[in-house]
Write a protein that binds this ligand. Structure first.
Ligand SMILES: [Zn+2]
Length: 324
């Protein structure tokens, strides 16, 4: 082989190699480093679902610190950097997460590198409603009128939705991390089975109920749950209220409701002081119990690796007593 033929052969090999390399990079834009993919989530339920699906095969981060309020969360610069570096960003996409739209609108997230999963796309959304007993939201927040058709974002409170969410998140993650497809499919099916188990245990309790009404001396973010099981609720505040003091009218209304219907349990939600529930209970002789609505979890629950399923299981005894 003479020198120039050799040169051409080497050049050709280099060109072919380059084409292959470019092709590989283009194909795996989302996961080019062959490392564990990074998943960032905004709420506890999606954090848990993602963790259950990927197991040890990906890194899952919850932006919120345990014990903090989902509704008053605002991302720090380091949180935004976490989203930028993520291969997958999972968010609910409701009013509570208005900040997500702001971040996405500012074009700081490269959608070719970070897969965005808006989970509320996979469920049937319910419109936000005022809860029986609570003051209508508008009376308090004159400047902050809810957008027309704003949906209730607490989609995860219904196990039926939780199952859809696991399926949806799993399928989307598989799209960018196909090497682990079988593991992810297996894990998500196993987790769905666990959700179905607790779903049917709730159904059993509801089938034996003595009443339809749950009374919350607190916010009531469980509309999807109530709808799935055909229950109703009265509450001190609406689902996403930022209020902490209910009006005297609301408190009187709830006290009368508890007395009239012999309601045995007044509920308060996680990370709440239970102050209003306590005062209603004192006036009526009802018991107070905490129900998990899974916005976020306490530090203790986080450290104990509680899950959607374990927290829903904790709700079983609460529901049993409240519906008796
Ligand atoms: Zn909420």
């Amino acid at each position: 082989m003479n020198k120039s033929v050799k040169m051409i052969a080497i050049a050709t090999i280099i060109v072919i190699a380059l084409i292959i390399i470019v092709g590989v990079i283009k194909k795996s834009n989302f996961n080019s480093k062959n490392e564990k993919i990074k998943i960032v989530t905004t709420t506890f339920s999606t954090y848990d679902f993602a963790k259950q699906i990927v197991g040890e095969n990906a890194e899952v981060t919850l932006l919120l610190n345990p014990g903090t309020d989902t509704h008053s969360y605002d991302p720090s610069t380091s949180d935004i950097i976490k989203i930028q570096k993520a291969d997958v960003f999972i968010y609910i996409g409701g009013e509570m997460e208005k900040w997500v739209n702001k971040v996405l609108d500012s074009n700081v997230i490269d959608e070719n590198k970070t897969l965005l999963i808006k989970v509320s796309d996979c469920v049937e959304r319910i419109e936000e409603k005022d809860v029986d007993g609570a003051e209508p939201e508008e009376e308090h927040e004159e400047e902050q009128h809810h957008e027309e058709g704003a949906f209730d974002e607490h989609i995860w409170t219904s196990p039926k939705n939780a199952i859809k969410m696991v399926e949806y998140i799993s399928n989307q993650i598989i799209n960018i991390d196909e090497t682990n497809k079988e593991i992810y499919n297996k894990n998500s099916l196993e987790y769905i089975e666990k959700i179905q188990e607790v779903q049917s245990k709730i159904k059993e309790i509801v089938d034996n109920k003595k009443r339809d009404r749950l009374v919350f001396g607190d916010k009531m973010p469980m509309q999807y749950f109530l709808e799935e099981y055909g229950l109703t609720a009265s509450a001190a505040f609406n689902g996403c209220s930022t209020e902490t003091e209910p009006s005297a009218k609301t408190v009187t209304y709830l006290i009368n409701k508890v007395k009239e219907e012999n309601i045995p349990v007044v509920l308060y939600i996680e990370l709440s002081t239970g102050k209003t529930a306590k005062s209603i209970a004192q006036e009526t002789g009802a018991k107070i119990m905490q129900i998990q609505t899974l916005h976020n979890v306490s530090k203790e629950d986080f450290e104990n690796n509680e899950t959607y399923v374990s927290l829903m299981t904790r709700n079983l005894e609460v529901l049993k007593q409240a519906l008796q």
